[in-house]
Design a protein around this ligand. Structure first.
Ligand code: NAI
Ligand code: 15L
Length: 269
């Protein structure tokens, strides 16, 4: 068990689902975000930090023996916003980690780093990134930052290309991409328990019947997801047109509609 886990992006949707389960992972949890968190449990503390500010990131990383890096822009946005939170932020985090004992890092990458692959493609960790958005590009960049810090300095990271981490799938595509919060916790547990993590990439999806990702290249961490989104399939009234569109190659990209959406061009003011 970790002594102190840092969770960035702790005011966000994924952290909200994981927080009650993190007592399985660490004795103490340090939550950080731009936005304040008020409902702290006994084992939790909160420190506000801007991820692109090196001094602030130093303060949150110091004293932690593991990091769950969820912070950043989590959807497509203007390039300059993505640049600050996801690109500069990633550099600050890895710079701090080198100063403070190289805590293992879990980097919340995204399926949108691979979102231009087709639904009919079965991807593993050796597949090259094919981002579908500025956001996806920033996640591919983040993965490469983690890779470089591993090769140069031995920093260990789990890159998890999260599909859709929600209490349940919200549309038919998520029957393939859904990651239950419980399976995410199982993954976090394995990441900190395994003797040698190195630089490992996994696809963050539960054991879904319709999964299109293959995690055999990460077999050394022995993550065994247990949930299957098929239990929710009946909630989508008619899957037939959707399934036949996939079969005909019309439906299309693993990242859904993102590849075909226009880029957001207005800038930060
Ligand atoms: P979210 O948008 O709900 O939470 C992200 C948090 O990061 C927010 O609370 C925000 O205030 C904080 N943040 C943004 N920029 C910041 C900055 N510059 N400094 C400090 N804090 C900053 O996102 P969610 O859904 O919780 O996702 C968590 C992570 O997982 C994100 O990195 C996202 O890209 C990734 N992810 C999530 C998926 C999902 O299904 N929810 C799927 C794939 C990836
Ligand atoms: C993501 O990367 C987003 O952060 C999340 O909000 C969802 O859109 C998810 O991917 C998805 O593709 O379902």
């Amino acid at each position: 068990m970790l002594k102190k886990l840092l969770v960035t992006g702790a005011a966000g949707g994924v952290a909200r689902q994981l927080r009650p389960l993190l007592t399985q992972i660490a004795q103490e949890v340090r939550l950080s975000d731009l936005n304040q968190i008020h409902d702290l449990e006994k084992h939790e503390e909160f420190i506000a930090a801007e991820l692109s500010d090196q001094e602030q990131v130093d303060l949150i990383v110091e004293g932690c023996d593991g990091v769950l890096h969820l912070g950043g822009i989590s959807l497509e946005d203007a390039w300059d916003k993505i640049l600050v939170s996801n690109i500069i932020g990633m550099h600050c985090l890895y710079t701090s980690a080198q100063k403070f004992g190289q805590p293992r890092i879990i980097f919340a990458s995204s399926n949108h780093a691979m979102g231009a692959y087709k639904f009919t493609d079965m991807l593993d960790a050796a597949a090259l990134p094919r981002p579908d958005s500025y956001y996806g590009v920033s996640k591919a960049f983040g993965e490469q930052v983690a890779s470089m810090y591993h090769d140069k300095f031995g920093q260990q990271t789990l890159v998890v290309r999260i599909g859709s981490c929600l209490p349940k799938p919200l549309d038919p595509r998520m029957l393939s991409t859904w990651l239950s919060p419980e399976d995410f916790i199982r993954l976090i547990d394995r990441t900190f328990a395994v003797e040698h993590l190195g630089y490992t990439i996994v696809y963050g999806a539960s054991a879904n019947t319709r999964r299109f990702w293959d995690d055999r290249l990460a077999a050394h961490i022995d993550w065994q997801p247990q949930d299957d989104s098929e239990q929710f399939a009946a909630e989508f009234s008619d899957l037939t047109p959707y399934e036949s569109a996939i079969q005909q190659g019309l439906l299309t990209y693993q990242g859904g509609v993102w590849l075909r959406a226009p880029l957001i061009t207005e800038s930060l003011e």
